[in-house]
Design a protein. Structure first.
Length: 245
C-alpha cells in the first residue's frame, strides 16, 4: 500500500494514476564510479548496495507494484575472484541488515535465477529472505542473481515441454509465462539502465517486449531518489500505443 499521498506525488511531478506497475533496473557503473574516485571497484559495489535502500523504499512508498534489480548476471561469474567474493559478502550483509525493515514494510522478496551455484552462506541468506517474506502483499522486490534472460526462456520452454509430455496438451503463451520467474507479477512497464550503456545485457528480454526504456549516464551509486523521479517523469510523458494508433 502506498504511503505517499497523491499530493506528495504531484509535488514531484508524478501522476499517481500513471506510475509504472513494474520497474526494472540494470544497476550499472559501480566499478567506474569507484575508479573515477581512485578507489578499487569493490568500493563502488559497497556504495551501490547503500543506494538500494533509498530506491526500494521510494518504490514501496509510491505504490509501485514490482521492482526488479539486476544484481548478478550469469556472465558475472567471469569476474575476478576477489570481486565476486566481495559481492557475495555484500549480499549476505544486505539481507542481514535490511530483512527486518523490508518485512515490516510488507515487501515480498523473490530471487530471479538459480541460487544453487552460490556459496552456501549466500544461498541460505537468499532462501531465508524469500521464505520470511513469502506472505507479504506489498512491493514485489525481485533480485536477479545468477540471472540471464536466455537461460530463463530456455528453462521455461523445457518446463513447458515436460508438462506437455505429461498432459498431451499444447502449452500456450499463458502456460509459458507461468514458468518465467516473473509469473504472477505486473507487466514490466519501465526498464532503467544507469551508467551510460544502452543495451539490455540479457535482462528480461521476454518481459521487456513493450517496456519503456530509460538510459541515464548517472552511475548507480549516484542514482538518487531525485534521479529516479526524473526517470518516472520521463515514463509518464511517453505515448504507449502497444502497436495501435
Amino acid at each position: 500500500m502506498a504511503k505517499f499521498t497523491s499530493q506528495q506525488l504531484q509535488q514531484w511531478g508524478l501522476s499517481p494514476q500513471s506510475l509504472p506497475r513494474h520497474v526494472a533496473i540494470v544497476m550499472d557503473g559501480n566499478g567506474r564510479w569507484a575508479q573515477e574516485k581512485g578507489r578499487p571497484r569493490t568500493f563502488g559495489h559497497r556504495a551501490g548496495t547503500e543506494r538500494l535502500r533509498e530506491i526500494i523504499r521510494f518504490s514501496s512508498d509510491a505504490g509501485i507494484g514490482a521492482l526488479t534489480l539486476y544484481a548478478f548476471s550469469t556472465e558475472n561469474w567471469r569476474r575476478p575472484e576477489e570481486e565476486k567474493s566481495v559481492l557475495f559478502s555484500l549480499l549476505v550483509e544486505y539481507f542481514s541488515k535490511e530483512i527486518d525493515e523490508l518485512h515490516e514494510n510488507n515487501v515480498r522478496i523473490t530471487i530471479f535465477g538459480e541460487k544453487d551455484p552460490f556459496p552456501q552462506k549466500v544461498c541460505q541468506a537468499l532462501v531465508r529472505a524469500e521464505e520470511r517474506t513469502r506472505d507479504n502483499t506489498g512491493l514485489r522486490l525481485n533480485i536477479a542473481l545468477n540471472y540471464g534472460s536466455r537461460a530463463e526462456i530456455c528453462r521455461a520452454v523445457r518446463l513447458c515441454c515436460e508438462e506437455s509430455a505429461k498432459t498431451g496438451a499444447y502449452p500456450g503463451d499463458e502456460a509459458f509465462e507461468q514458468h518465467l520467474y516473473s509469473a504472477g507479477q505486473p507487466e514490466l512497464d519501465l526498464l532503467i539502465r544507469t551508467g551510460g550503456e544502452q543495451r539490455l545485457s540479457n535482462f528480461l528480454l521476454y518481459q521487456a517486449a513493450y517496456a519503456e526504456l530509460y538510459f541515464t549516464p548517472v552511475f548507480w551509486p549516484d542514482f538518487t531518489r531525485e534521479e529516479y523521479i526524473l526517470a518516472l517523469q520521463a515514463f509518464q510523458k511517453r505515448a504507449r500505443r502497444f502497436g495501435g494508433l
